[in-house]
Ligand binder design. Structure first.
Ligand code: SF4
Length: 231
């Protein structure tokens, strides 16, 4: 179990899932490239949180809910959690209300659905936190994308849960190691907001040529020892 001081932000998981070096540049080295997209994203979250809570007949809506898990060492803010009245025993109780209620987290993103699972991981981490805090089940949630203005249902499958838990464990491992991995250019770099600071092509090439120089120097030394200096 982790303590309060160990908790890492849930938002870190999506950066880690995208690229370990991107995570390290942001969370270890304090680099953050603010651009139009990140500013719009921040405003969207603030707007959602400011909308306040809501009560409908069979649904209670909570916005900007602080969540945390000491088992995974994570904390964050869930944009929206709908508590839906349910007939299941594994829902949670709500103060002053009869029956059981099933939490349903909804995460807001300004863009479109992505091909990778970075957004789903973030939502799943919120679900795992809520399960631990309330001692109930959270079987599914949804992503809301600003560009399509649609919700996309996300089932918290065993596979998604295992992936999320593995990323949480990896965050803590990297925090303990405390050093940034070297840059390795991949296609992901073309969509990375930190490409200007990371310089994966230039630094990657530099590291490669240093490695080649070193391995050639070592090979020459070994040869000289085996054959003698005059060979
Ligand atoms: S530019 Fe590429 S290697 Fe560097 S942080 Fe971004 S994705 Fe990772």
């Amino acid at each position: 179990m982790y303590t309060e001081d160990d908790l890492q932000p849930i938002s870190a998981l999506q950066h880690l899932a995208f690229c370990e070096r991107q995570w390290a540049l942001i969370y270890l080295e304090g680099l953050w490239a603010e651009n139009r997209l990140t500013v719009e994203g921040r405003h969207l979250h603030e707007h959602v949180h400011d909308a306040g809570n809501e009560a409908r007949e069979d649904v209670r809506v909570t916005r900007g809910l602080h969540v945390r898990s000491f088992r995974l060492g994570l904390s964050g803010i869930a944009d929206v959690v709908e508590f839906r009245r349910c007939a299941r025993d594994d829902g949670t109780a709500l103060a002053g209300l009869p029956g059981r209620w099933m939490p349903f987290p909804v995460e807001y993103k300004r863009g479109r659905p992505k091909r990778d699972r970075c957004d789903e991981v973030q939502l799943c981490a919120q679900a795992l936190c809520i399960e631990e805090m309330l001692g109930c089940s959270v079987p599914e949630g949804a992503m809301f994308y600003g560009a399509t203005r649609r919700r996309l249902a996300v089932a918290f499958s065993a596979g998604l849960r295992a992936h999320t838990e593995a990323l949480a464990a990896r965050v803590h491992e990297l925090v303990r190691e405390g050093r940034s991995p070297p840059p390795v250019y991949t296609k992901a770099c073309d969509n990375c907001s930190l490409v200007e600071q990371c310089l994966p092509k230039a630094l990657g090439a530099e590291r490669r040529s240093a490695r080649i120089y070193l391995s050639r120097a070592i090979a020459a030394m070994v040869r000289e020892r085996q054959e003698g200096p005059d060979a």
